[in-house]
Design a protein around this ligand. Structure first.
Ligand code: NDP
Length: 392
């Protein structure tokens, strides 16, 4: 195989193209040369067939797939005359993910992304991983699948992308700890009493980042940071005690790595996911991107504070899952997704989400290590069932 150059032409699939990360990915592709640089193989979505069809036409995709079978007719009509194949349903989505591509952007939200991403992993290409749930739920199995297929895993999550950028520049053996930064979300300064009555609308309004609904609410509860702690453990092969979280309200320092000599190396940038996406799409070359440039004179101050685990119990639960290892990540995530859906539907309060997750984790504390994907799916399903039983 010839070595990749900065201008190599590559085949790319975008799983979750219609979401926040997917839309940003297509924008980055345009800035990196569009069809001159990339052949778009598959684009996938779920509820938004209109946007999916438009994206497929604009990018000249080979196939567009909606996870929602009921939308097949609509998608097919929207793609009529384009020569782009339309498909629908979960199996079709997994099949599309399995079509060989040099790089796959894995940006489906939630556990629904695990099987399609694993189908892409089996090709042995590069996986740009936005879907943190793959690592939270399937952890070591997912990493083994990537290694087994001879693939490359690049983290899209801004914190992990920051750590990845730092680790590329220095020796991993000398790493003492990683420090994930957290904005603290919209309720950083709220009391527990105030948090009791917050709504979906206030919870989704992230102070710095523009993201999908679920990750925005997860940021407000700090369950997003909880998932990221587990994600970091598997991505960088860290011991639980090497993973720290610090609240940094400005979201300029995207994360840091602490070394044995006392040095701290960090990656900084504006709150724009296109930098992390571009780093993965261009890797090992940095693309030119039109993101805002930091002006330190205007920034004036960068603040840091310890997270409050009493108001944000998600961090304590993540620590518990990290210590327990194995299937506890799948349990935490399955219960969390069910609790989050209940909060979005108005059937659970904001603080009740963590209470439900904690109770499910306590009930399912003694699970063995996952040996197969079926073990992960079973633990996830059982956690969802138990969490659902707690919803009035
Ligand atoms: P969005 O909710 O904006 O988008 C989710 C995507 O997944 C959409 O394309 C959606 O399709 C699709 N989808 C939803 N349900 C299903 C399903 N059951 N089967 C197949 N596809 C489905 O999410 P984000 O883009 O914000 O996040 C995507 C992933 O990236 C998440 O795991 C998130 O944690 C992670 N991430 C996101 C960041 C961000 O800045 N947004 C930052 C770091 C990580 P449709 O819209 O058509 O229904």
């Amino acid at each position: 195989m010839s070595p990749r150059t900065a201008t190599s032409h590559r085949r790319i699939s975008i799983l979750g193209a219609t979401g926040s990360i997917g839309v940003n990915t297509l924008d980055v592709i345009r800035h990196m040369g569009g069809r001159e640089a990339f052949d778009v193989v598959a684009v996938t979505g779920s509820a938004n067939a209109t946007l999916l069809a438009r994206q497929a036409r604009e990018a000249g995709a080979q196939i567009a797939v909606t996870a929602d079978e009921r939308l097949y007719g609509q998608l097919k009509d929207l793609l009529a005359g384009s020569g782009i194949e339309a498909a629908a349903g979960r199996e079709a989505l997994i099949e599309a993910a399995a079509i060989p591509a040099d790089i796959t952007m894995a940006a489906i939200v939630g556990m629904a992304g695990l099987e399609p991403t694993l189908a892409a992993v089996a090709n042995g290409g590069t996986i740009a991983l936005a879907n943190k749930e793959c690592l939270v739920s399937a952890g070591g199995l997912f990493i083994d699948a990537v290694h087994g297929a001879g693939g490359t895993l690049l983290p899209v999550d801004s914190e992990h992308n920051a750590i990845f950028q730092v680790l590329e520049a220095d020796r991993k053996q000398a790493v003492e700890r990683v420090i994930l930064t957290a904005s603290g979300g919209p309720f950083r300064t709220f009391s527990r009493e105030q948090m009791e009555s917050v709504t979906v609308e206030t919870a989704r309004a992230h102070p710095n980042w523009s993201m999908g609904l679920k990750i925005s609410i997860d940021s407000a509860s700090m369950f997003n940071k909880a998932l990221e702690m587990i994600e970091a453990r598997y991505l960088f092969d860290l011991a639980p005690g090497q993973i720290e979280v610090i609240v940094h309200p400005q979201s300029i320092v995207h994360s840091m790595v602490g070394y044995r000599d006392g040095s701290i190396l960090a990656q900084l940038g504006p709150s724009d996911m296109r930098t992390a996406i571009g780093y993965c799409l261009g890797w090992p070359f940095r693309p030119d991107l039109p993101v805002e440039r930091l002006d330190f004179a205007k920034l004036a101050r960068l603040e840091f504070e310890a997270p409050d685990q009493a108001r944000f119990p998600a961090l304590r639960l993540a620590r518990q899952a990290l210590e327990a290892g194995g299937l506890s990540g799948a349990v935490l995530n399955g219960a969390k997704e069910t609790a989050l859906d209940a909060f979005i539907a108005g059937r659970a309060g904001f603080l009740e989400m963590a209470e439900m997750v904690e109770r499910v984790m306590d009930q399912m504390a003694d699970l063995p290590e996952a040996r197969t994907l079926d073990d992960v799916i079973a633990a996830d399903g059982e956690a969802r069932k138990r969490a659902a039983a707690m919803i009035p």
